[in-house]
Design a protein around this ligand. Sequence first.
Ligand code: PDD
Length: 279
Amino acid sequence: RIAYVNGQYVLHRDAAVHIEDRGYQFSDGIYEVTAIYKGRPVDNDGHWDRLERSLRELRIDMPMTRGGLDLVAREVVRRNRVRNGIIYIQITRGVSPRNHPFPKDTPPSIVMTARHGLGSKPEVAAKGVSLISHPDIRWGRRDIKTVSLLPNVLAKQAAYEQHAYEAILVGPDGMVSECSSSNAWIVTKDGALVTRPLSNDILGGITRKRLIDLADAEGLRVEERSFSLDEAKAAREVFVSSTSSFAMPVVRIDDSVIGNGHPGSIVTNLRARYFDFLE
Ligand code: PDD
């Protein structure tokens, strides 16, 4: 395996950044995860737009142009012979002796890797997955895709320990924000899709945006509004979305069975439309 690190392609096992990288010391950096389907990046513009926005919000310089990012991404995919998989891109504020304020004249660090394997096994989506509810203890800028993921890691670990696929994160007001690494959706009794509106409270998922467009094209009603954990448990259908999960049907939250305990027809159809889009 080959990784890209600050201008060089190196063996993955030898790839390293310095111990005083601010990503390592302060989580002072951002990342993106992009899908590669049949050798091509999925929703590339959306991912680069979000990457630029995350950097801008944290006042980290773009380490290269978009054209440069495209070139490196293509090269990492080629050198690792990835057909269906993911690219991981991480950019931090760079290497400097540990001190909280931004260092001066320090170039950002950039790392890119690619790996095989995209999406869950078809059997998983066919059966549907379960979620556990978990308090959302994250900071106030969840719209920035920072590498500061400790609350997400703790929530996901809690889910894994209970054999659940994901943790659905709930605020002190009982409202769902999203999941530990995906966006959350419900389908109401009258067939409307509901997902939380964009704000500082959630990450603006690229898959979320794509699914809204696909749902619109299908003539489905989409309501961007908050919903509570109770509403989700009583919903006709529930699903989660992300770059690697696409639209994943949910059949259980905690002890509550969703619908009849099988993936619903609306999410099943939407997932099929997403596969059409990938082609
Ligand atoms: N996670 N919400 C959170 C908190 C996420 O971490 C992600 C993505 C999403 C979905 O965004 P998108 O559709 O753009 O992938 C929502 C990535 C895949 C990860 O951390 O691995």
